[in-house]
Structures are given as C-alpha cells and as structure tokens.
Design a protein around this ligand. Structure first.
Ligand code: K1U
Ligand code: ZN
Length: 169
C-alpha cells in the first residue's frame, strides 16, 4: 500500500471529469487500498480519485468515529435527492485550512459498485449525504470553493498559491 499525493487547489487537474471504471479488478482494489490509507492519514472523511490525479469514478468515505467503516463507491450515480437543502460547513483535503458553507440536499440515494464489484444502494442523510455530494462533485471536476462568491474564491486561490510558493522554497 502507498500514500498518494493529494492535488491542491487551484491545480487545473482538479477540474478533469472522471471516466467510468470498466472492471473492478486487482488494479482498482489496489487503488482503493491506497486511497483509504491516504484518506485516513490525511484525517479526511472522504477522498475522490480525482484528488489523487486518477480520473476515474471512484470515491472512498469513512464518517465513523472509530475510522473503521470504510465505504467504497465505484461508478456512483445519484438516483434520488431530497427537495430540502441545508447550508453545511465543508472542508476539503485539496483546499487545506479553508472551511465554508455550501448548500446541499439533506438526503440522497446513490447506486454504486463496491470494491468486490457488487451493486450497492445507499440511502444517506446528514454528514454522509453531504460527503457523498462533495465527493461526487470532485468526479465532475468541481471543487467546493466554486459554490462560494468570486471574491471569496479568488482570495482562497491567492492564499493557496502563496502557501504553495512558500512550501516549494
Ligand atoms: O473530499 C475531501 O477533500 C475530503 C473532505 C470531505 C468533506 C468534509 C466535510 C464536508 C464535506 C466533505 C474532508 O474530509 S475535509 C477534512 C475533514 O475531515 C472534515 C472537515 C469538516 C467536517 C468534517 C470533517
Ligand atoms: Zn474535497
């Protein structure tokens, strides 16, 4: 297993649209293991393949306190979303240190394959629903800061670029 580098906003590769996975094979299972390790090490509750520069429809999530309930979503599709929405505080491993409110559906239903290639249907609400919507946006090349005002987004972009310049010195 290997820790994978996480792309940082405003890296243009974060805006690539992920392609469906044709077969859940050993290559995909190894990628799942690496992504789970990377998510746990970064103390995140989710990670999309896009964030590790793999442009395939794969998400890992674990919202449990004990960090022992991994959820693997391969080729996830939203099958239902609630009309009700809620403003939730979000963060992103690709935008470290930035938290802001994003309007999300209160509940969603998702159909996806698991890491054995079996079809699973998930009915999510609360933090899990928020996390699924956030990660599915990543697969479409969308980062949560794109929901914020242009003024906030530009400030965040400038801050991230400054941080990255300082880190590369
Ligand atoms: O996709 C990512 O970058 C992971 C992201 C998932 C996420 C967190 C919060 C709301 C929506 C999606 C994170 O894990 S950010 C770091 C984090 O652990 C966290 C931040 C806020 C609340 C709970 C956890
Ligand atoms: Zn994110």
């Amino acid at each position: 297993m290997a820790l994978l580098p996480i792309l940082c906003y405003p890296d243009p590769k974060l805006h690539k649209v992920a392609k469906p996975i044709a077969a859940v094979d050993a290559r995909v299972q190894a990628l799942v293991a690496d992504m789970l390790l990377t998510m746990y090490e970064a103390k995140g509750i989710g990670l999309a393949a896009t964030q590790v520069d793999v442009h395939e429809r794969l998400i890992v999530i674990d919202i449990s306190e004990e960090r022992n309930e991994p959820l693997v979503l391969i080729n996830p599709e939203l099958t239902w979303k609630s009309e009700a929405t809620h403003l939730n505080e979000e963060g992103c491993l690709s935008v470290p240190g930035i938290y802001d409110g994003v309007l999300r559906h209160d509940a969603v239903h998702v159909s996806a394959l698991d890491d054995k290639g079996q079809r699973q249907r998930i009915e999510a609400e609360g933090l899990l629903a928020v996390c699924i919507q956030h990660e599915m946006d990543h697969l479409l090349g969308k980062v949560f800061v794109e929901y914020l005002s242009p003024l906030k987004r530009n400030r965040i972009k400038t801050k991230m670029q400054k941080l990255q310049r300082e880190e590369s010195r």
